[in-house]
Design a protein around this ligand. Structure first.
Ligand code: XUL
Ligand code: CO
Length: 437
């Protein structure tokens, strides 16, 4: 029996909206069936190892404020085991089934590649046991190819081949760890794949290198028997001025250009969507249209600033609109909802991380229930369908089926009377959302 880190906190239970217990779910009831599936099947909630067990709240103006009990041992292997104990205790107490990691979240990087490999192998063996004991699963793994100074000019897109090779070695080890831990997916967030200045950058060559690198990683993992999905996580900026995986549309275009669209799908993050001047629901809809809505990184940004604040989700209205897209596209292709979010620097009590995840899960649950009711009981779907009814028969249908030429449109328009205006009814649609919340 390992040491208890979150003392005095029991397993979080569903108590319903009437409960005043801050350490209980009000809406997230894992076994409740909504739109034909349990909430836990819809969401596959995952804890992000990096934010919850590694990040201590430091910012550019000051050091961390969170004093992690598991982060005390000077021995990196012992410290990593203590962290794993804390992580599995927390995930079990939350009642979630999944976690996600970067390679060096699990254990501190060694002073060279071979030492890092040894450390990773050791901690992977330890986590295998923790997984078996708890039933907790790995939603996805990834490699941190952006923190180490060697990657300051990029990893797969670095202008120096030796760094590209070093990144390749790191991704190989991260894939090995993901496969050893039965990871269901593997993520590539671009990190520093992008540029600070186009003046010193050969963008075309860097994009070709990125595609080559992803193809090699995919081929390697498939040869090891990995059957999961690879996800690209779009983000428009930060840390680079321009990131190559700018948004869903850009990433889909890239994957199709290089023939990677069968193995790769997208992991869409709320705060990345808003940084790209999109809504989350827009990014989800673009991915869903391409059949590439793979997974979600749940968080939120701040309306008053322009960077990645990674706050926990709490906006029920926006999440409801996102859940409409989620349900209409029949959920995620292989992924889940990973809380890529951190508590604020001045949230320093041991319960705060529980409140954060409870609030996030409840926001998604409430939004899912509401979106399901909107789809099944309101006039929303029918109102939207009706806007397109001129394509359901006659010439409109011929147009959709590719049976018309431009001259046909000319002839149809020539023979038509003046067309009356048709309202888009945006305010009515907005009212329906609020009515059902
Ligand atoms: C960075 C970000 C990452 C990825 C994984 O903005 O979202 O944490 O999710 O590398
Ligand atoms: Co993310």
């Amino acid at each position: 029996m390992s040491k208890e880190y979150y003392k005095g906190i029991d397993k979080i239970k569903f108590e319903g909206p009437g409960s005043d217990n801050p350490l209980a779910f009000k809406y997230y009831d894992p076994e409740k069936v909504v739109a034909g599936k349990t909430m836990k099947e819809h969401f596959k909630f995952a804890i992000a190892y990096w934010h919850s067990f590694c990040g201590v709240g430091s910012d550019p103006f000051g050091p961390g404020t969170q004093n992690f009990e598991w982060d005390k041992s000077p021995d990196p292997v012992q410290a990593a085991k203590d962290k794993a104990d804390a992580a599995f205790e927390f995930i079990s107490k939350m009642g979630f089934e999944y976690f996600c990691f970067h390679d060096y979240d699990l254990i501190k990087e060694g002073s060279n590649l071979i030492e890092s490999e040894k450390r990773l192998n050791t901690i992977v063996e330890y986590i295998k046991e923790k997984k078996a004991d708890s039933g907790i699963k790995l939603l996805w793994g990834t490699a941190n190819c952006f923190s180490n100074p060697r990657y300051m000019n990029g990893a797969a897109t670095n202008p120096n081949f030796n760094i590209v090779a070093r990144a390749g070695a790191q991704v190989k080890l991260a894939l090995d760890a993901t496969i050893a831990l039965n990871g269901e997916n593997y993520v590539f967030w671009g990190g520093r794949e992008g540029y600070m200045s186009l003046l010193n950058t050969d963008m075309g060559r860097e994009l070709d290198h990125m595609a080559q690198f992803l193809t090699m990683a995919k081929d390697y993992a498939r040869a090891q028997g990995f059957t999961g999905t690879f996800f690209i996580e779009p983000k428009p900026m930060e840390p680079m001025k321009h990131q190559y995986d700018f948004d869903s549309a850009t990433a889909i275009g890239f994957l199709k250009e290089y023939g990677l669209e069968k193995d790769f799908k997208l992991n869409i993050e709320v705060n990345h969507a808003t940084l790209a001047q999109h809504t989350m629901q827009h990014e989800l809809a673009v991915a869903a249209k391409a059949g590439m809505l793979g997974s979600i990184d749940a968080n939120r940004g701040d309306y008053q600033n322009g960077w990645d604040t990674d706050q926990f989700p709490n906006n029920i209205q926006e999440t409801t609109e996102a859940m409409l897209v989620f349900l209409e596209s029949r959920g995620l292709r292989g992924g889940g909802i990973n809380f890529d979010a951190k508590i604020r620097r001045n949230s320093t009590d041991i319960e705060d991380i529980f409140y954060a995840h409870i609030g996030g899960a409840d926001t998604f649950a409430r939004a899912l229930i509401t979106a399901d009711k909107i789809i099944s009981s309101s006039s929303y779907s029918e109102l939207r369908r009706k806007r397109y009814q001129t394509f359901d028969s006659g010439k409109g249908k011929d147009f959709e089926n590719g049976k018309l030429e431009l001259n046909d449109l000319y002839n149809i328009a020539k023979d038509s009377n003046e067309i009356s205006l048709e309202s888009g009814k945006q305010e009515l649609f907005e009212n329906i959302i609020n009515q059902y919340i």
